[in-house]
Design a binder for this molecule. Structure first.
Ligand code: SF4
Ligand code: FES
Length: 256
């Protein structure tokens, strides 16, 4: 008796243009061991024929590092936002459903525009301003314990998964979301970055800032890098309360 060929079924949400309506297209591929979602998408790209045997257009998606470092390949896989480069076909229930993250505008198919998150990083000044015109020598040192937790926060790859998982980040809300908030905590903790601490805290005290967090805890559960996002938000809540008093009474009377 001939054994049936093992296949993998995909149902992919497609969208031809940002203004066009989304639709679904099904694909069936031959199974190969160790297949991941991106290798399957690449195979479809090489031979864009859908499950009905019709020739179709290749699927669009973003990718870069292929090792869960760049954050570009995030999409919703079987209902869960995650990276497609580390989503192994063997570990996924079939049919495998691929959709774009909906928190961000769709560019085409599974490719989204994550500018919203990068704009928020600009808004909170998520960088350390240094004069690069001459050799500054070694930077100030951080106590080892602090360096360790700062390193955890620095693992953020701006993948957008925590924003997608958060019920309060959407097109109707200005909320910047967990990742940019956590970066405020990271850059404020840096000895040089602390020079702009007040500015960063002020930037998250208004509309779209900390107050928009509904404490759903979805972010911390979804972050592929295990970043303690809710701990960062709680710490920032304490710091902004202090900042409020500081600006109210004047910094000269308060100890930082
Ligand atoms: S905090 Fe985690 S989930 Fe959010 S963007 Fe950074 S790496 Fe992705
Ligand atoms: S391609 Fe970089 S995280 Fe997946």
């Amino acid at each position: 008796m001939m054994s049936e060929k093992k296949t993998v079924r995909f149902i992919i949400t497609r969208q031809d243009h940002p203004d066009k309506a989304p639709y679904q297209e099904e694909f069936v591929l031959d199974y190969r061991p160790n297949m991941n979602v991106i290798s399957a998408l690449m195979e479809i790209r090489r031979n864009p024929v859908n499950a009905k045997g019709e020739k179709t257009t290749p699927i669009n998606w973003d990718m870069n590092c292929l090792e869960e470092v760049c954050g570009a390949c995030s999409m919703v896989i079987n209902g869960k936002p995650r990276q497609s480069c580390t989503a192994l076909v063997d570990k996924l229930e079939q049919p495998i459903r691929l959709e774009p993250m909906r928190t961000f505008p769709v560019v085409r198919d599974l490719q989204v525009d994550r500018s919203r998150m990068f704009d928020s990083l600009k808004k909170v000044k998520a960088w350390i301003p240094i004069d690069g015109t001459y050799d500054l020598g070694p930077g100030p040192r951080m106590p080892e314990k602090k360096r360790q937790w700062a390193y955890e926060l620095s693992k953020c790859m701006t993948c957008g998964v925590c924003l997608e998982a958060c019920p309060n980040v959407n097109s109707k809300s200005e909320f910047i979301g967990p990742a940019p908030l956590s970066q405020v905590r990271l850059f404020n903790a840096h000895p040089t970055g602390a020079m702009n601490k007040d500015e960063r805290l002020e930037s998250i005290m208004g509309d779209g800032g900390l107050a928009n967090c509904g404490n759903s805890q979805n972010c911390v559960q979804s972050c592929p890098k295990g970043i303690p996002l809710t701990t960062s938000i709680a710490a920032l809540n304490r710091e902004t309360t202090f900042q409020m008093f500081k600006s109210f009474f004047g910094s000269d009377h308060m100890v930082d």
